[in-house]
Design a binder for this molecule. Structure first.
Ligand code: HEM
Length: 381
């Protein structure tokens, strides 16, 4: 699904974040060599063209690429304040399990209906960047039976859809110069599959809070306090539920015996995802950590800002225009006019949401742009 600029009052043109689950994905996390910041910045504007070159020959296979920028690289590339919620990934050190923070300056989330398209795009992106970057993590993900994770449970069922997804993911007009942008958290998990598979199915189901075969959710009163679903339900004090959009993929190698889940979660308010991670690893209350972590180990952790496509096409121009808007010297660019070319995707069906409604702005906003929920928000102050 491409979100047309009509969804955003100032005309922002988001990257291709929302879409139907693609059968293939490649996740690339890169670091940018010191001194290569200008090369990396110039490259941002080339990405859409590279995606078109690879994907246009097979438009029916929906090649897309979402690009994220890490906090440290932002500071090195731009002489401008970071987006309000862009900071290094916050490590979660629980009494038993830890979510580590690992290096990452750029994220490419590549998706398509065919693995060869994903691979060719990854190859072309890295070839263009040359020795300006080092690949610190590369995961080739695939869609497993019935949309299941390799632990055997259907993954993605409770993702928000349509306008709710747009509202959950993209910064609206309150995002000022970053309208149409989002934040993404990624983590690579490896599983002790033999230990997991030795559990009776009833225990596996209790760990998630859903039935394995039918994917039916347990009634709330039957969900264990350490179940994945209980700990990932995040509400504000007034009972409003906060959602993120996930597109996890399975990966594995029979030779090494490494099997895993690549977690990826997009949110307009990254403190929602951070609260979920705190609940999972520290526990809610402390010590009541997510049962699936006894079988799944977080190996990596990164947080990236995913700007709108207009920003990727011309970052300095967008930052200058935003600055001019703040100082009152607003030219036509400051109105957020969408750049030609559109987001980095090749999508012939374009089952777009023409969301006329503005994304909700009624949520209380903290000074860092988060909803100010949970203890994470307080800790960062
Ligand atoms: C090993 C890693 C993980 C696996 C295998 C996994 C798997 C699953 C499965 C099978 C479901 C139930 C179906 C669904 O609604 O998708 C689920 C739900 C969910 N997961 Fe995960 N997940 C993992 C990590 C995470 C992480 C790190 C987060 C957040 C930071 C997260 C957030 C959620 C949320 C928000 C839901 C929906 C809860 C609801 O509204 O009912 N998951 N996950």
């Amino acid at each position: 699904m491409t979100v047309r600029s009509e969804a955003f009052p100032n005309g922002a043109n988001p990257q291709h974040v929302l879409g139907p689950p693609a059968p293939s994905a490649i996740f690339l996390v890169l670091t940018v060599r010191p001194g290569a910041e200008e090369t990396a910045k110039d490259f941002l504007g080339d990405i859409a063209g590279i995606v078109r070159s690879v994907g246009f020959r097979a438009r029916e296979d929906h090649l897309s690429c979402v690009t994220g920028i890490g906090a440290e690289l932002w500071d090195r590339m731009f002489h401008a304040p970071r987006p309000a919620q862009l900071h290094p990934f916050i490590e979660q050190r629980g009494d038993v399990h830890t979510a580590p923070s690992t290096p990452g300056d750029l994220l490419f989330h590549i998706r398509a209906r065919r693995q060869d398209l994903c691979f060719e795009l990854a190859r072309q992106l890295i070839a263009s960047l040359g020795d300006a970057v080092a690949v610190v993590d590369e995961v080739h993900g695939f869609r497993y039976f019935d949309e299941r994770d390799i632990m055997g449970f259907v993954d993605g069922t409770e993702n928000p859809e349509d306008q709710e997804a747009v509202d959950s993911v993209f910064l609206g007009p309150e995002g000022e110069e970053f309208e149409g942008s989002t934040y993404v958290i990624v983590q690579k998990y490896t599983h002790d599959l033999s230990a997991w598979e030795s559990l009776p199915v009833e225990e596996q189901e209790a760990a998630f809070g859903r039935h394995k075969l039918s994917d039916m959710e347990f009634p709330d009163e039957d969900k264990a306090s350490n179940s994945h679903l209980t700990l990932n339900s995040v509400e504000s004090p007034d009972g409003t539920e906060h959602k993120i959009v996930r597109d996890n993929m399975v990966f594995g190698s029979v030779e090494s015996g490494e099997f895993g889940t690549y977690f990826i979660g997009y949110a307009a308010d990254v403190s929602v995802t951070e609260q979920m991670l705190e609940n999972m690893f520290i526990g809610k209350p402390r010590g009541t950590y997510d049962r699936i972590l006894d079988f799944s180990t977080a190996e990596t952790g990164g947080l990236f800002f995913v700007p709108a496509q207009d920003f990727l096409d011309d970052p300095d121009g967008q930052l200058t225009a935003a600055d001019a808007a703040v100082t009152g010297d607003a030219g036509p660019e400051a109105a957020g006019v969408a750049a030609p070319g559109g987001p980095a995707s090749v999508d012939p069906d374009d089952d777009s949401v023409d969301a006329a409604d503005e994304p909700s702005t009624d949520e209380p906003q903290a000074d860092d742009g988060s909803l100010g929920i949970g203890s994470l928000r307080r800790r960062r102050q």
